[in-house]
Design a protein around this ligand. Structure first.
Ligand code: AMP
Length: 419
């Protein structure tokens, strides 16, 4: 019979790759705890209006990439293309701003964008999303950036490029926008259809265009850095000063505007040449009006999202903790030995020790091969005679030594060495 395959752009994540994913998530939770974050879990499905208002009507995501449908022909719903809008919706809906003056949240999960699938770009992909809500103090931007770099450093990743820019604020951006509109009208004939249409609706989005010709034109466009007001300039300078204090290398990229409308002031991306065309590991920035635009109070925010697939692709196989393998493999020979091994194995598992065995009762040689393949630290060899004499052979797989132990004291011995 014909097999049913997964939907295009939706990918299974199989073991042992899943071990690497868990390793990434555990490391993230560990780092985020130290920096004072709490986890939030938000739904995968939201009212379409949330993303239209949050991300912006004329962004690529909202215009072309959302999985939107009418629920029973009544309400328009969308599978979330990113997490920030949902996190802010929850923050406003549950008045979390009344609980703390600074709220630090993270969430990990799948996002959905109907983009053209290719290596490193999927229609369901996963993000680690981090948000700080509170004042717009530049130390908060710097703290977030420090944490990102520290987090990536935990995986020993090298050759990462941190690119940073300021998008200014509502005070200074209109003048920049006007200059960009004038500039774009000057080259209108050469722009792609999308960009031509966006000149008047959302000119900054032209900076995101992937078309060769548009990219070339945009290199000559006015630069936001030349328009930003004194307070944005000072804000940016303080963020940079904190990065310098921690000796974090960065490059200012004045053309980086990011693909979402809600960003203000600090924006950033981390890229690496090891990922090919889809070279961004993470992106983020400050959004000083999003909370208000979604009906909340005047609270600023800053956040970032890391692409899990891309981060996992950069982490070498040996870095994952699953390489440790089980603590003990029980090789049982004969029916009675299998029964005994079954109860020993499951009792130890309930005490938290990672134990494996093989119910097929194959030869000792093939079972020891399996213990080796699983990278087990110890192996217990249990045959019919051992059961009769109430003893077994415990082999240290790393040191290649073995000793005979009494089955009466077996659990106690294992618990002692497993600790
Ligand atoms: P964005 O939400 O577009 O700022 O993306 C943040 C990060 O998510 C990017 O730097 C990528 O690592 C990852 N990402 C975004 N879109 C995709 C996709 N379609 N497939 C895989 N990863 C993605």
């Amino acid at each position: 019979m014909e097999i049913i395959t997964a939907v295009k752009g939706f990918k299974d994540i199989l073991p042992p790759e899943t071990d690497k994913w868990r390793y990434i998530e555990d490391t993230a939770k560990d780092v985020f705890r130290a920096f004072g974050y709490s986890e939030i879990r938000v739904p995968l499905l939201e009212k379409t209006e949330l993303f239209r208002r949050g991300i912006g009507e004329s962004t690529d995501i909202v215009e072309k990439e959302m999985y939107t449908f009418l629920d029973r022909g009544e309400e328009s719903l969308t599978l979330r293309p990113e997490a920030t809008a949902s996190v802010i919706r929850a923050y406003v809906e549950h008045t979390l701003h009344a609980v703390e003056s600074v709220t630090k949240l993270y969430t990990i999960g799948p996002m959905f964008r109907r983009d053209r699938p290719q290596k490193g770009r999927y229609r369901q992909f996963h993000q680690i999303d981090v948000e700080i809500l509170g004042p717009d103090d530049p130390h908060i931007d710097a703290e977030l950036l420090l944490m990102v770099i520290h987090f990536l450093g935990r995986f020993g990743l090298k050759n990462l490029n941190l690119e940073i820019n300021s998008l200014g604020c509502l005070e200074c951006r209109p003048a920049f926008r006007e200059a960009v509109v004038q500039f774009l009208h000057g080259s209108e004939e050469e722009l792609c259809g999308d960009c031509r249409r966006r000149i008047d609706t959302n000119p900054l989005r032209v900076f995101d265009c992937k078309m060769e010709k548009c990219r070339e034109i945009i290199t000559k466009a006015p630069r936001l850095m030349d328009f930003i007001c004194v307070s944005c300039r000072e804000h940016f300078a303080q963020v940079i000063a904190c990065l310098t204090l921690f000796e974090i290398p960065y490059a200012v990229n004045p053309n980086m505007v990011r693909g979402l409308d809600y960003y203000t002031r600090t924006t950033f991306e981390v890229t690496t040449e090891f990922l090919g065309a889809q070279n961004a590991i993470l992106g983020g920035g400050r959004y000083d009006h999003l909370v208000r635009d979604l009906g909340g109070p005047d609270v600023s925010g800053i956040g970032f999202a890391i692409g899990m697939e891309r981060l996992a692709a950069l982490i070498p196989e040996q870095a994952k903790n699953a390489a440790e393998g089980p603590f003990l493999f029980i090789a049982a020979l004969g029916e009675k030995a299998v029964d005994k091994a079954f109860s020993l194995c499951n009792r130890l598992r309930m005490k938290g020790v990672r134990v494996e065995m093989d119910y097929h009762s194959r030869s000792l040689k093939s079972q020891m091969k399996k213990a080796d393949k699983l990278n087990s630290a110890f192996a217990l060899i249990l045959g019919e005679r051992e059961i009769e004499e109430n003893r077994a052979l415990l082999r240290n797989m790393r040191a290649s030594t073995q000793e005979e132990i009494s089955l009466d004291e077996f659990e106690e011995t294992i618990m002692k060495i497993a600790r």
